[in-house]
Design a protein around this ligand. Structure first.
Ligand SMILES: *Cc1c(COP(=O)(O)O)cnc(C)c1O
Length: 449
């Protein structure tokens, strides 16, 4: 006969279902299925831990965002931020919905080309573009967003040598009233640098200025910041027209929309407090429509939203390894998902949920990962159900940045599954193998044997 699970006796006021002092529900939600597929079935087949991505969720979210903007402004183009999640299957979903590619390295650029995106639909951002990267981008006609004066001069030289004009955009940083103010990327607006470099680009024999770009930060919850930034970009566009009678092709407002995750230390959950796509779209497009830009000169509005488009589609499945008592008597639950697989647990209070509820009983618990490191904490303190070794846990909203910032540390990276719109499961990234890691290493002769 199976030994019954033991839990130490505790006395608790029965408060199941009652709101807490913030008015939030105290009942632990359960996620048993993803897009209609039972999590227990997935884990039986593919093991633990494992990433799961929902294709229907990506498509719905993208279409919502697109609709929010297109219903307010005639010319909108999204460019998928590769670094947010560059699994090819994920990129292909965004591209099939019409998104261009936004890349920040030669590695990502190659991926975009291999995913079938033509150069003139690739936006090339970032401070590190090598000679080969820039030459390829010039030849492909990609939108090269200048980050520094050094890059401006270097690009000019290369374009001259190739005798081909480079398509250029200018990354601009500006004060939109938010903190922290990112001023390390691109050229500052308020101190006149952006205008100065714009003039240099305009007069350059081997550059064609196509657009202006700003990416102010990430997880920006102030829609007003977007209104301020858009106004400043629109003014700059008009100033260019006044001086050169030159019409910019596009304004690129970058990414930065918040996802529904809850930042550490936040008072209320992100799902209740973060602006919607409609809120952001209203702020940005109102400014453009109300600006001095005449209808025939309205630029294409480009958006490089990353986390807000993909976070909700990602789930991490794992299992409980052990329960223990810390020295002060607090409950600790160790799961097989560590911060190496869940980089965003440094910023977010991720929800960790059971796949089934055995009782309504919960206890204040610290949730640790499996790494032999003190920093491996998934949740510092959370009212958590009394799960046992082997029970499954689900961490929703992990689609952004985790499958790119993951670290190979003491364990191989887990596989990634995609559930498509017909509930079919596809393995879109295999579990890594020891052979792959050893293949990249070399032991010198004298250490062999
Ligand atoms: C990372 C990045 C994005 C995406 O940012 P999110 O905050 O995830 O929307 C867009 N543009 C640039 C230049 C980036 O570096």
């Amino acid at each position: 006969m199976k030994k019954l699970d033991y839990e130490r006796p505790i006395i608790n006021k029965v408060n199941a279902g009652m709101p807490d002092k913030f008015g939030m529900s105290t009942r632990v939600p359960v996620i048993s299925h993803i897009e209609g597929v039972a999590i227990t079935d997935i884990m039986k087949q593919f093991g633990s831990p494992i990433y799961v991505i929902s294709e229907p969720c990506i498509r719905e979210t993208f279409q919502q965002a697109q609709k929010a903007f297109l219903s307010r402004y005639p010319r909108v183009q999204f460019a998928w931020s590769y670094k947010t999640n560059y699994l090819n299957a994920v990129c292909k979903i965004f591209h099939s919905e019409g998104a261009w590619a936004e890349v920040v390295s030669g590695f990502e650029y190659t991926k975009a080309i291999e995913n079938g995106i033509p150069g003139n639909q690739i936006i090339f951002n970032g401070p590190d573009k090598s000679r080969e990267d820039l030459e390829r981008a010039i030849k492909d006609g990609a939108m090269i967003h200048l980050d520094s004066l050094d890059e401006f001069y270097y690009l000019g030289e290369l374009a001259h040598k190739l005798d081909k004009k480079a398509n250029v955009g200018l990354r601009i940083n500006l004060d939109a009233g938010i903190y922290p103010k990112w001023d390390r990327f691109g050229f500052n607006l308020e101190n006149g640098e952006a205008w100065n470099v714009l003039n240099r680009v305009m007069l350059h024999e081997y550059m064609v200025l196509l657009g202006l770009h700003t990416h102010m930060g990430t997880y920006i919850t102030s829609v007003n910041a977007y209104a301020v930034a858009t106004r400043k970009m629109a003014d700059l566009t008009n100033r260019l027209f006044r001086k050169y009678k030159y019409e910019l092709k596009y304004l690129d407002l970058g990414g930065g929309f918040a996802s529904k995750n809850t930042l550490k230390g936040a008072y209320l959950p992100g799902s209740d407090t973060c602006p919607s796509f409609d809120d952001y779209a209203e702020a940005i497009t109102s400014v453009l429509l109300d600006s001095e830009l005449p209808p025939e000169r309205l630029p294409l509005l480009i958006l490089e939203s990353g986390r807000a488009l993909v976070d909700d589609s990602g789930f991490m499945l794992g299992s409980v390894l052990a329960n223990k008592r810390l020295a002060d008597g607090r409950r600790a639950t160790v799961i097989d998902i560590g911060v190496n697989m869940l980089f965003t647990s440094f910023w977010y209070d991720h929800e960790v949920l059971p796949t089934q509820l055995k009782s309504e009983q919960t206890e204040n618990t610290t949730i640790y990962g499996p790494l032999c490191m003190n920093i491996d904490v998934i949740r510092e303190a959370v009212q958590f159900p009394l799960l046992q070794r082997g029970d499954a846990v689900v961490i929703p909203r992990i689609g952004a940045y985790n499958m790119t910032q993951w670290m190979q540390f003491i364990k191989l990276r887990p596989p990634v599954l995609l559930i498509d719109t017909d509930k079919q499961i596809h393995l879109i990234r295999k579990k890594e193998t020891n052979e792959q890691f050893n293949a990249m290493e070399n032991v010198p002769e004298h250490l062999k044997g």
